[in-house]
Ligand binder design. Structure first.
Ligand code: 5AD
Ligand code: SF4
Length: 420
């Protein structure tokens, strides 16, 4: 979502006559698009912001902007702490960037209730796959999460605006879109999420449709039917579990138990046996016991996700969990995370090995950087595959027989071109 926000900023800047520089020394404007989901991202930003300070004395015209969720949370404090910053604006105020640059300095962090109507001209670096926002904000208030405080309440873009953006992308030759929202299952505009998928499925030339992120609580049977029935909708779902312990899930305010989750996964797999399921896990949420952690490990073994993103719990100011008792020492969080990642590595490899010998439809994306004559793309299940082939295949669909499966990628052989 953050990367796509940067594409929107780049689009606005291009329309204003700005061009991108190869390095920071040549720039008259530097924007930090920040993330505050975990402490680590904040630390990285602080150190980068410090490094850039000296550039201002070399180039008096240089303006520095801080955007994104840290900007939204810290607001004016950023200017107090770092007087070399000129502009501060949050994710709901990207559309003001052009006007802001005509001023000598500004802070824009107010709520924008109409964000869903701002069709910003994204400047995308790639030309095969594109991100498309379908909704903004979040109403869920999971107790660990800062997003509802920075991105505001949930608002859905009208389906026609989304349709038109994707139609224009298809005309430019894009082949795959990923619909973006904190909780796409609660998309609710002139239609619901399954309705939106059916509508954009009719766009000629757009071959693949993906979406992130789905909230397990709102995963409906009509969405399952869409994945099953609509040929363009890829058989992959990112369904963040967060913890295998129902008591931790309750403290997280996730709105489902582990039993609910496993029931939904069972239904998904029954209906779409080849579906790839990936998830997010948080290690060391406040008061997480060894038993809770063991339940997460059991959940991973039981469900066998295709892949996971796992993180140490990171307290975020202003969230419910930050004020809870019994925070877990860093060392234990790190140990639990390590165990989770090691276990999942084995499971991911096992899932990938299961694909050996099968033929997978792959959208070819690029040359392999290190290997001459090799190209790479992704399966419908979003796994990376490399194979020998001519770069004229880039941007097209091919069928690949999977020869060797590794943990992070697959290697295969070109069987045929075109749709499977
Ligand atoms: N600490 C650790 N992980 C977090 N996430 C969100 N907030 C936090 C936090 N405070 C993770 C969740 C979410 C993913 C995008 O980031 O797993 O699904
Ligand atoms: Fe954060 Fe929960 Fe909303 Fe996801 S659903 S953005 S984890 S509050």
């Amino acid at each position: 979502m953050n990367v796509h926000d940067s594409e929107k900023m780049a689009g606005i800047l291009k329309a204003e006559g700005y061009a991108e520089t190869a390095n920071a020394e040549d720039a008259d404007l530097i924007i930090f698009n920040t993330c505050s989901i975990r402490q680590k991202a904040e630390q990285k930003f602080r150190s980068e912001l410090g490094k850039i300070k000296s550039l201002k004395s070399k180039n008096p015209l240089l303006k520095i902007a801080v955007a994104g969720c840290i900007a939204q949370q810290k607001g004016r404090d950023i200017l107090k702490r770092s007087p070399h910053v000129d502009y501060v604006f949050g994710p709901q105020n990207i559309y003001k960037l052009g006007a802001m640059l005509t001023t000598s300095g500004m802070v824009c962090i107010e709520d924008n209730p109409d964000i869903q109507y701002s069709d910003l001209p994204s400047e995308r670096k790639e030309n095969i796959k594109a991100w498309v926002s379908i909704m903004y904000g979040c109403n869920n208030f999971c107790s660990y999460c800062v997003v509802p405080y920075t991105r505001g309440r949930e608002r859905s873009r009208p389906s026609l605006n989304i349709y038109e953006e994707i139609h224009a992308l298809a005309e430019k030759g894009f082949k795959e879109i990923t619909l973006l929202g904190q909780n796409v299952n609660s998309y609710n505009s002139d239609t619901d999420f399954p309705g939106l998928l059916r509508k954009i499925s009719t766009i000629n030339g757009m071959e693949r449709i993906r979406f992130v992120t789905s909230h397990p609580r709102d995963l409906s049977e009509s969405l399952t039917r869409c994945i099953k029935e609509l040929p363009k909708v890829c058989e992959h779902i990112h369904l963040p579990l967060q913890s295998g312990s129902s008591s931790i899930l309750k403290l997280m305010n996730r709105g489902y138990t582990f039993e609910d989750y496993i029931e939904k996964v069972g239904k998904l797999r029954k209906s779409i046996p080849q579906i790839a399921i990936t998830t997010d896990i948080i290690a060391g949420f406040p008061s997480e016991t060894d038993k809770d952690h063991a339940e997460t490990m059991t959940a991973l073994k039981t469900i066998e996700f295709d892949g996971i993103y796992a993180f140490k719990y990171s307290p975020r100011a202003g969230t419910g969990a930050a004020g809870m008792e019994n925070h877990i020492p860093e060392g234990i969080k790190a140990q639990r995370l390590d165990e989770i990642l090691k276990l999942q590595d084995e499971i991911t490899l096992k899932c990938n090995k299961g694909l050996e010998g099968s033929v997978q439809e792959v959208l070819v994306e690029a040359n392999v950087k290190s290997g001459k004559g090799r190209i790479t793309g992704r399966t419908r299940s979003n796994k990376i595959v490399s194979f020998e082939g001519d770069e004229s295949l880039i941007g097209g669909l091919v069928n690949i027989e999977i020869k060797t499966a590794m943990r992070h990628s697959l290697e295969g052989r070109l069987v045929s071109q075109g749709k499977s």
